[in-house]
Design a protein around this ligand. Structure first.
Ligand code: PMP
Length: 288
């Protein structure tokens, strides 16, 4: 598998191009200085889940990096539709990306062209609820989510993922599936590409999203909980508090609702609350 060489079409700066032709120059600002933003979205049975929210977040991420995507919200929605149709995708993953080009090569990039591409590939829901309920194992990373005064923390911008890749590599080398990341104050923040929830009794607890991505799935889970009369506290959680919780799960467009059975030496038993949210979230992706 090589993502640069698949069959199909990618939207690239105005046109649908052959997949392997969607290339960029090595002197692109986006590559050298991480002036790049992206989204991770999913289509379920032909419909893009939370399409407007993802589109708005992409535009917001670009604005936060001081550039503007050269397409409107509606145009991006049209482009996405075209790409899904051209590649015959019903259940898939969608990756829009915007980045600064090569007109200036230095820190300043005032007049660089903004490029935009959108790719999509087949991605069926592989895991049955039973398989998911086994849970995943998280390491605890030494890398910390930064202070909001250090970086635009509530964006999906490439630069923020440097520490996520480092954390995930370390976790995988040690036999974990992923890593929990603390924030700059040592509060629990999130996983490398997903938000985190804890369960005590029938209540949910999740870190306050003040220095990391307030995920669309996170917001969806909070909404489901409120509709179902399950209390949710957005609160400060420390490592030593982990003994207090019975269940734990992560949420994200790719992860959906994935139970966690281990964080370092702490154990959790995926149970009825994990099961409930897996079921409800899945229903929502297929009906909303
Ligand atoms: N945090 C990070 C760092 C992520 O990359 C993601 C995935 N986009 C999430 C949280 C979850 O966000 P969402 O639910 O919007 O996919």
């Amino acid at each position: 598998m090589d993502y640069s060489n698949q069959k199909g079409y990618i939207f690239y700066d105005g046109d649908l191009v052959k997949w392997s032709d969607a290339q960029l120059h090595v002197l692109s600002h986006g590559l050298h200085y991480a002036s790049s933003v992206f989204e991770g979205e999913r289509a379920y049975k032909g419909r893009v889940f939370k399409e407007i929210e993802h589109t708005k977040r992409l535009i917001y991420s670009a604005k936060s990096l001081d550039f503007e995507i050269p397409y409107s919200e509606n145009e991006i929605i049209e482009i996405r539709k075209k790409v899904l149709e051209a590649n015959d995708i019903v259940d898939g993953y969608i990756r829009p990306v915007a980045w600064r080009g090569s007109e200036m090569m230095g820190i300043s990039a005032q007049s660089n062209k903004i490029h935009f591409a959108l790719a999509a590939w087949q991605w069926p829901s592989y895991f049955s609820p039973e398989a998911k309920l086994k849970g995943i194992k998280l390491n605890i990373s030494k890398w910390k989510r930064p202070d909001p005064e250090t970086a635009p923390v509530n964006t999906k911008s490439a630069g923020l993922y440097m520490i996520c890749t480092l954390s995930k590599h370390e976790a995988e080398r040690k036999g974990f599936d992923d890593s929990l990341m603390l924030d700059y104050r040592n509060y629990i923040a999130e996983a490398t590409g997903a938000n985190i929830f804890f369960v005590k009794g029938n209540s949910l607890y999740t870190p306050i999203a003040d220095c990391f991505l307030d995920g669309i799935t996170r917001k969806t889970v909070i909404k489901i909980a409120k509709e179902e009369g399950i209390s949710v506290s957005e609160t400060r959680i420390k490592i030593e508090d982990l003994n207090n919780y019975d269940e734990c799960f992560v949420t994200g467009t790719a992860a959906e609702v994935t139970p966690v059975n281990t964080i370092a030496d702490f154990k959790f038993k995926p149970g009825k609350i994990c099961e409930f949210f897996i079921k409800k979230y899945t229903e929502m992706t297929l009906t909303e």
